[in-house]
Design a protein around this ligand. Structure first.
Ligand code: DQA
Length: 145
């Protein structure tokens, strides 16, 4: 673990990617995305630490861990916690490690309850709406920090 490591944290229901509403989220699984990210990270001289949890507190703990181990940045797709979690907002504010918000879909074109992002209000920036490619674009953004 080093300043070359990018944490990629995924929240609830993202373990179901590939099966879950493929018309919105695409047919690639989270493992497929991890593979794409690892290949791309290699070309950038970076390492990926990719994780997923359906539990809010795990995501909070991993944000703290990212800072504790000196990760370069965090890519965070907090799933539905994006729109509800003051705890994630506070965790992002509480660490110096830059956090980039990522979404497969563009929440602003969807239901009104997805228009508010507690993550986005604390994050360095947001990349959303490009399907699995959102993660690659976010990794490029992290590499450039
Ligand atoms: C999502 C968008 C969220 O609104 C939703 O709850 C998800 C996935 C995305 O990647 O598009 O679980 O974060």
């Amino acid at each position: 673990m080093s300043d070359k490591t990018i944490f990629v944290l995924n929240g609830p229901n993202l373990n179901l990617l590939g099966l879950r509403e493929p018309e919105i989220y695409g047919s690639q699984t989270l493992d497929d995305i991890a593979g794409m990210l690892e290949d791309h990270a290699q070309t950038l001289g970076l390492d990926i630490d990719m994780r997923q949890s359906n539990h809010e507190g795990h995501l909070v703990d991993w944000l703290h861990e990212a800072q504790a181990v000196g990760a370069k940045a965090v890519l965070l797709n907090a799933g539905a916690y994006t729109h509800t979690s003051v705890a994630l907002h506070d965790a992002i504010k509480g660490i110096r490690t830059p956090v980039i918000e990522v979404h497969l879909s563009n929440p602003h074109t969807r239901e009104a309850f997805r228009h508010k992002s507690y993550v986005g209000m604390a994050a360095k920036g947001t990349i959303a709406g490009f399907g699995a490619r959102s993660y690659i674009l976010a990794l490029d953004a992290a590499a450039a920090l």
